[in-house]
Design a protein around this ligand. Structure first.
Ligand SMILES: Nc1ncnc2c1ncn2[C@@H]1O[C@H](COP(=O)(O)OP(=O)(O)OP(=O)(O)O)[C@@H](O)[C@H]1O
Ligand SMILES: [Mg+2]
Length: 310
């Protein structure tokens, strides 16, 4: 989307962080939702903006009707994001999805933003990449922290987010295509920083959903991350383990890991399922406890790194 000409910078809000990498399925949406939830739970007014074509609904907005919809047409399924950018009006989030947490959900309509920007680009030039920053600016002072979830394999949407954020945090998995995905975000990071958002800083990268005891492999991945993102890139210590069942169940219930863990003491057991008193979906797995703990530690470490570089 960006070319040689330049646009006037818009200073991104303090405390705004994009979670992004060029590869799909590495944990971006999970981590973005948890960062936003953790921030809100600590008392900070928080906004989560999901610039993603797929709505995973980690917070149960669509499935369980959480939060207070703004007046007027629906903002679900990426409609709110699309409309704000299309009509050049301020973002209108769903309020109080949790105490202190407002959200602009992603969804299929977000995918259309790329086409809209490409068309506008012909007339307006590279400043179109600032469309999200512009739609956010009027409401940004309402928040202490703003988290962006981002879409993979889409340069326009990645650039749109990077133009609106102050820091970038990059999750990765250990496979080769995840490392390649980092090369993509790294390229977009450099283009956006040079051309429209000189305030953008790399907060660091972290390995997500990995075997926590595979330390030799982790060392290997760290060196590949540094190759992809630059030698000075901070690499976080916390590794959230690969724990498929609790991660999947929590998302299905529209609950963050910590919230899901709170259901454990009153959960049905496998014994209840065998006896026909409950279904497998009613059983909260014990592994939610370490998963919630690791995610919380990761969130704290990310906030610490963002503070350090901002
Ligand atoms: N710690 C974990 N262990 C195992 N699976 C996990 C863990 N955390 C999340 N998952 C699962 O991994 C999958 C991908 O996670 P997520 O949707 O957060 O990735 P993403 O990078 O946002 O993907 P996309 O690029 O498609 O938007 C989801 O099914 C999610 O429930
Ligand atoms: Mg996602």
């Amino acid at each position: 989307m960006l070319n040689e000409s330049t646009a006037q910078p818009i200073e991104p809000p303090d405390g705004s962080t994009a979670v992004g990498t060029g590869k799909g399925g590495v944990g971006k949406s999970t981590v973005a939702a948890h960062l936003a939830g953790e921030s809100a739970a600590s008392g900070d007014r928080t906004l989560l903006i999901c610039v993603t074509g797929q709505d995973d609904d980690d917070l149960g907005i669509k499935r369980y009707g959480r939060g207070v919809q703004p007046q007027g047409p629906s903002v679900i399924d990426g409609e709110g994001l699309y409309r704000a950018i299309h009509d050049r009006v301020p973002l209108q989030p769903i309020r109080e999805v949790r105490p202190n947490l407002d959200v602009l959900p992603g969804g299929p309509r977000v995918a259309e933003i790329s086409n809209l920007l490409m068309l506008r680009m012909l007339k307006e030039g590279p400043s179109v990449v600032q469309s999200l920053a512009q739609a956010l600016a009027p409401i940004a002072p309402l928040y202490d922290r703003i988290i962006f979830d981002s879409a993979p394999e889409n340069d326009s949407l990645e650039q749109l987010v990077l133009a609106a954020a102050r820091t970038l945090i990059v999750p990765t998995r250990s496979d080769e295509s995840s490392i390649k995905g980092m090369e993509r975000i790294s390229k977009n990071f450099k283009i956006v920083k040079t051309q429209v958002n000189p305030y953008l800083q790399m907060a660091g990268s972290f390995l997500y959903g990995s075997n926590r005891s595979a330390t030799l492999m982790h060392a290997d991945v760290r060196s590949e991350v540094r190759k992809a993102l630059g030698e000075g890139t901070p690499i976080l210590e916390t590794i959230v383990g690969y724990r498929e069942v609790p991660a999947r169940n929590a998302r299905k219930k529209g609950l963050l890991f910590g919230e899901y863990a709170e259901l454990l003491p009153t959960s049905a057991t496998n014994y209840d399922v065998k006896a026909g008193r409950a279904t497998a979906a009613d059983v909260v797995p014990d592994t939610i406890i370490p998963l919630a703990k690791e995610m919380r530690e990761l969130n704290q470490e990310i906030f610490e790194h963002c503070r350090r570089v901002a």
